[in-house]
Design a protein around this ligand. Structure first.
Ligand code: ADE
Length: 326
């Protein structure tokens, strides 16, 4: 019996496991391959790496590829899961030779844990204090060669001592619409879903230049096909999916359109401060700054200026097309 891949396992099934399958981020990919190749030639662990950029652009996927290419085990944790410096010390001392330790959301590491990381990254030493009071003494433990890969959506929140200890820093960028269409084509094939060029184009345009969002739309389109007993994702099907998900042809969510409309009407296209937008929209400032704004700026819809956010004419035209009241 042919088994369908269940929704939960889809994300890992779609994740590229070889460089040849990884579409986009050409500069980063080229540099990484060179670093890995050189480390292999020298018989050393790959240097510590930092990936930063928007959520969903492939930071974890790249870390997994680095581990795979070096045949190293991969351990994944997130910065906020380390509560005490001792947790990180225990983890580091349990690393295997050559292991890749991936710390997601590295900006959430607490400062005491960061202190443990510095000597570990620099000289593969763990400095720990044993005992308390007058009997306390410091011991230094040697760690095996390992590679730390840290990922963050907030480069600005990483301390500079931590930043300076990475051998290479990569900024992951938004994908092009063409790359996203290619990723969608590959994913559709892996999921045995039929999609025509126009259908994929509609999904790609609404994907916010982000593979994770693209694959999410594809999964919902696949559900829609199954429920409606349809065979192909074409333009109409793709548009119907966007309608159901309440996102427009550029992938904007209702809350983003609300924010644009707010700046257009209430604040006469700005400039308006982020705090004012936060208060007026009822959204979290961090979400506005880290999720909505980067994409709106990429679209050229808003601009950050010293005086505040300014709405661009393209945004007004888009809202008009979407029949908003501006
Ligand atoms: N799936 C998610 N990201 C991908 C990428 N960059 N290339 C191919 N498939 C992907």
């Amino acid at each position: 019996m042919k088994r369908e891949i269940g929704d939960k396992n889809i994300d890992s099934a779609l994740r590229p496991s070889r460089w040849e399958e990884y579409i986009g981020q050409e500069k980063t990919k080229g540099n990484l391959r060179m670093i890995i190749e050189a480390a292999k030639m020298r018989g050393e662990a790959v240097d510590h790496l930092l990936f930063y950029g928007q959520a969903g652009l492939g930071k974890t996927t790249l870390a997994a590829l680095v581990a795979k290419e070096t045949s190293a085990p991969l351990r994944i944790i997130t910065g906020s899961s380390i509560e005490k410096a001792g947790d990180l010390a225990a983890l580091l001392s349990s690393l295997e030779d050559g292991e890749v330790l991936f710390i997601d959301e590295a900006h959430r590491l607490n400062p005491a844990a960061e202190e443990v990381l510095y000597p570990a990254m620099e000289s593969r030493k763990l400095h720990i204090v044993i005992g308390k009071g007058t009997g306390a003494h410091a011991v230094s433990i040697d760690l095996p060669p390992f590679t730390l890969i840290a990922a963050t959506t907030r480069f600005d929140m990483l301390s500079s001592p931590l930043r300076s200890r990475f051998g290479a820093i990569f900024h992951l960028e938004f994908y092009t619409q063409g790359e996203i269409a290619e990723i969608l084509r590959r994913s559709a094939k892996l999921l045995s879903v039929k999609a025509d060029g126009e259908g994929l184009e509609v999904l790609a345009k609404a994907s916010r230049f982000t593979p994770r969002t693209a694959n999410r739309l594809l999964k919902r389109a696949r559900d829609y096909l199954a429920v409606k007993n349809l065979k192909v994702i074409d333009k109409e099907t793709a548009r119907a999916i966007l309608g159901i998900m309440e996102i427009d042809d550029l992938g904007l969510e209702p809350v983003e359109r609300k924010i644009l409309e707010l700046i257009a009407l209430k604040f006469k296209k700005g400039p308006v401060g982020i705090r004012t937008i936060t208060a007026a929209s009822g959204e979290e400032q961090a979400t506005i700054e880290e999720v909505y704004e980067p994409y709106l700026m990429k679209l050229g819809f808003i601009k950050r200026t010293p005086a505040g956010r300014v709405l661009e004419e393209e945004a007004v035209e888009h809202l008009r097309r979407e029949q908003w009241r501006v």
